[in-house]
Design a protein around this ligand. Structure first.
Ligand SMILES: O=C(O)CCC(=O)C(=O)O
Ligand SMILES: [Fe+2]
Length: 314
């Protein structure tokens, strides 16, 4: 049976570790990261590499963006599944989102911003880009810690070079009732690592391996870090990739963003040999993320409890 858990997500403080690989503090945090991702696939992170004014400007920019007319927002189109504008879906009518590919690169963000504001909007573009670039430092720290703790350092360069960053920006309308309404259906993320940030409106819940839902209590300080299916597969199942969803109640809109490290199209995700042995047989056939995302769009993919297993499970 599913129930709401009294559990809290583990909380990990990164303020002392930036740029200090190998220090005692780094190693202590690294152990916490591994433990949290094996057990929950998720934790709450405090990280001072993104200044508070950058976070507040970002949330302000989201409000500005979502206020644009629907026709303008729909210009956020992408050939890659789940990268462009999503909204007005009958199953999740409260949800709207848009994606910024290569969000840490100014010219890329600016090109996309010009589809919304043809005359350009440098303040908006800079806000999105600098938040993404600063937060990507946390993604890199976490992925380095993961590879070190699995003794896979020799793949570090290849691993980092094979991904880029997508920033998805999201708005969930308040349902104007005290009943809870689904904001976003339960799913696992398909990418490598996701880092979420949001305003003060609650709603995110993460499922434990025992099937309980842990509600996340947002604060301006905290980010939520999650393993995606690509990293679950690459570590041959060692890191958990958790189901999560958004449930909404009340009148207030929830604004959130996710910075997703994503394997580049054409890069084949395959667990390194070190992750495979008699006790750990290979769980997934090698796959290309963009093709897997295509499968997630099909009826079979949508129906499946675990699209990853259905697509390439052995
Ligand atoms: O809005 C949130 O906090 C979660 C969004 C999410 O799970 C996703 O975009 O994959
Ligand atoms: Fe997600």
């Amino acid at each position: 049976m599913e129930s709401i858990s009294q559990n809290k997500l583990p909380v990990i403080d990164f303020s002392e570790v930036a740029e200090k690989p190998g220090s005692p503090e780094w190693n202590r945090v690294k152990d916490q990261v591994k433990e949290a991702l094996v057990e929950y696939g998720c934790f709450e992170a405090t990280f001072d590499g993104v200044p508070m004014d950058s976070r507040m400007s970002l949330l302000g920019s989201l409000e500005e963006l979502f206020k644009l007319p629907l026709e303008t927002k729909k210009r956020n189109f992408s050939k890659k599944p789940y990268h462009g504008y999503v909204g007005q879906h009958p199953l999740i009518p409260l949800y709207e989102s848009m994606g910024f590919d290569d969000a840490d690169i100014y010219d890329q963000v600016d090109n996309l911003s010009r589809t919304f504001w043809p005359e350009g909007h440098p303040v908006f573009s800079k806000t999105i880009q600098s938040f993404s670039e600063r937060l990507s430092a946390l993604d890199k720290i976490i992925r380095r810690m993961i590879l070190e703790s699995l003794v896979l350092e020799k793949y570090l360069e290849e691993h980092m070079d094979s991904t880029n960053y997508l920033l998805r920006v999201m708005k969930y309308e308040g349902p104007n009732t005290s009943d809870t309404k689904l904001g976003l259906v339960s799913h696992t993320d398909k990418n490598i690592v996701s880092i979420l940030y949001q305003n003060e409106v609650e709603g995110l819940e993460v499922k434990t391996k025992d099937g309980d839902w842990i509600p996340f209590k947002p604060t301006p300080e905290s980010f939520v870090v999650m393993t995606g299916d690509s990293l679950h597969a690459w570590t041959n199942g060692r890191l958990h990739s958790p189901q999560h969803r958004v449930v909404m109640s009340g009148n207030d809109a929830r604004y959130s963003v996710g910075l997703f490290s994503i394997p580049k199209a054409g890069y084949i995700i395959k667990a390194p040999n070190e992750m495979v042995d008699n006790d750990h047989p290979l769980l997934f056939k090698p796959f290309d993320l963009i093709e897997f995302l295509g499968f997630c769009y099909t009826e079979a993919g949508k129906r499946s409890e675990s699209p990853l297993k259905a697509y390439c499970g052995i």
